[in-house]
Design a protein around this ligand. Structure first.
Ligand code: 4AD
Ligand code: MG
Length: 479
């Protein structure tokens, strides 16, 4: 079929009738040798294609099975059937690719998310994953638009790097050395001089340090790229490869940073509510179905759409780490020893159970925690007057916990050098970073938004492996 296809989204949203058009897509179901529910990926909805079975050869009809790729040409007419406004009366049909029903794994019934993860190469073809990936697209587009409209420049920071931006040592090595025959240096260790870059390199954990260099000349920049962490966290919120958005702003402090993050999150969620109405209402219903299987007291009070609207219409609660520790220490689950990690002293790192308590039970809205103990945060965060806390901010979301991590940066050369010494970070490896503090330093701030955590929140899914096409997690890198 040579003619260009019209998208099903266009046909249904414009309710086009009286025209002869071509559509191309995949068969979802074929009823009574007559009614094809056709999906082309442009929308969650299918178009009903009515086959003239009396004039269609039987061997062609046999090939129209769930999963087959077909093209159909015919007149669009008002539909008498329930559930659709228009349908296509096919006069021409081609089958591009058959899908043997004996072997095709996706039958028109409900499959578990676990099963679909095993066939991630085919799961795009389900309603749920079609919706998720259209929403994911819209979110990333909205993020770019937000920054573009606010005068930011999109900076592409390197993926292969020699530095560990977070100082957490959770990096994947990049090398071309023969692992069976590693060259030995005179000093005894591996001779990285013989490696591709003549030094040790790894996949980046964050583009922040390079983004700071850009911000101190371009004013406002952001990165949006893949980041890699070899942390052995097999949770529903961690990936070994994830995408991160990192804006960095010159002449900005922690409070500006919080304002920016809050405005950005509200902007992109609002945009998705408008642009992805059908997909979100599908996902909202999906979640409501899922909630029904939970005990009454664990069910969410709000639907997915209500939750998203709530974020858009309410300001985030801002408080310090110290205030949060007080709340947690006196909380019911802490007193009744319900937390896995009990809170007794100031200085401990917060676990996701604590973050979620603050957001879901105590404040019942997104929370921004600031001014964490310097001991549990990265070297680049600005030291506060008290010498004990740093100008950090984490944004906590319901059902997710930490979605954003950021800070005002330490712009004072001497203070930064001292912090690096304390944390055993060699100065010579980051001389270029320190140079920005030597020449024309200024207050500046930025943050990192975990893109998959945002998609997780907006789609109402519960496992991060379901919002990225091909998840990389400990022990798994299929496809
Ligand atoms: O808090 P993190 O580690 O901060 C940074 O990397 C800073 N350099 C950001 C900055 O200030 N420019 O990571 C930022 C966010 C987290 O809040 C979380 O949403 C996400 O990245 N994230 C992960 N998402 C999925 N899987 C993982 N393993 C993640 N680790 C962090
Ligand atoms: Mg963090």
């Amino acid at each position: 079929m040579k003619e260009k296809a019209v998208s099903i989204k266009d046909i249904l949203s414009k309710e086009i009738t009286g025209q002869i058009v071509v559509v191309k897509g995949w068969v979802r179901t074929f009823r009574n040798n007559q009614f094809v529910a056709l999906s082309d990926g442009s929308t969650i909805h299918t178009l009903q294609v009515v086959v003239d079975f009396e004039n269609t050869p039987t061997d062609l009809l046999k090939k129209i099975t769930t999963g087959a790729a077909i093209g159909a040409k015919g007149l669009l007419v008002e539909s008498m059937g329930k559930g659709q406004s228009v349908e296509l009366k096919a006069t021409d049909l081609v089958v591009y690719g058959e899908a043997d029903p004996e072997k095709y794994p996706l039958q028109p019934k409900k499959h578990s998310l676990e099963f679909l993860r095993e066939i991630a190469h085919l799961r795009f073809r389900t309603n749920t994953f079609g919706a998720i990936f259209r929403v994911r697209h819209q979110l990333s587009f909205a993020i770019h638009r937000f920054f573009h409209e606010h005068g930011f420049y999109y900076l592409h920071t390197p993926i292969v790097t020699a530095s560990d931006a977070e100082g957490a040592g959770e990096m994947f090595r990049v090398t071309t050395l023969d692992l069976e025959k590693l060259p030995v240096a005179e000093s005894g260790g591996i001779d990285f001089k013989q490696d591709f870059f003549e030094r040790e390199t790894n996949l980046t954990v964050s583009g922040q340090l390079e983004a700071e260099l850009g911000a101190l000349a371009l004013g406002k920049v952001y990165t949006f790229g893949p980041t890699f962490r070899a942390e052995n966290s097999n949770t529903s919120r961690h990936l070994a490869e994830f995408w991160m958005i990192e804006p960095e702003v010159a002449f900005a402090d922690l409070s500006d940073n919080m304002d920016l993050a809050e405005a950005m999150l509200q902007y992109v969620i609002k945009d998705t509510l408008v642009q992805c109405k059908d997909d979100l209402s599908f996902l909202s219903n999906r979640l409501a179905q899922e909630e029904k299987s939970k005990p009454q007291n664990e069910r969410s009070e709000m639907t997915l759409i209500e939750r998203l609207e709530f974020i858009v219409n309410n300001t985030f609660e801002r408080l310090t780490y110290t205030e949060a520790i007080d709340i947690l220490r006196n909380s019911k689950p802490n007193k009744k020893k319900k937390f896995s990690y009990l809170i007794d002293e100031w200085g401990v790192d917060l676990q996701s159970e604590h973050e979620r308590y603050l957001v879901e039970k105590h404040f019942k809205k997104p929370v921004i925690l600031t001014d964490y103990p310097k001991k549990i945060k990265a070297f680049y965060m600005r030291l506060n007057e008290d010498n004990n806390t740093v100008g950090a901010m984490d944004i906590l979301f319901p059902g997710i916990g930490e979605i954003v991590g950021g800070s005002q940066r330490e712009e004072r050369l001497d203070v930064l050098q001292k912090r690096m010494q304390e944390m055993h970070i060699p100065e010579n490896e980051l001389y270029w970073y320190l140079d920005t503090r030597r020449f024309g330093t200024c207050p500046h701030a930025g943050f990192g938004l975990g893109f998959e955590r945002l998609v997780l929140f907006v789609t109402g899914m519960s496992n991060i492996r379901d919002v990225i096409a091909f998840p990389r997690t400990p022990g798994s890198a299929n496809f």
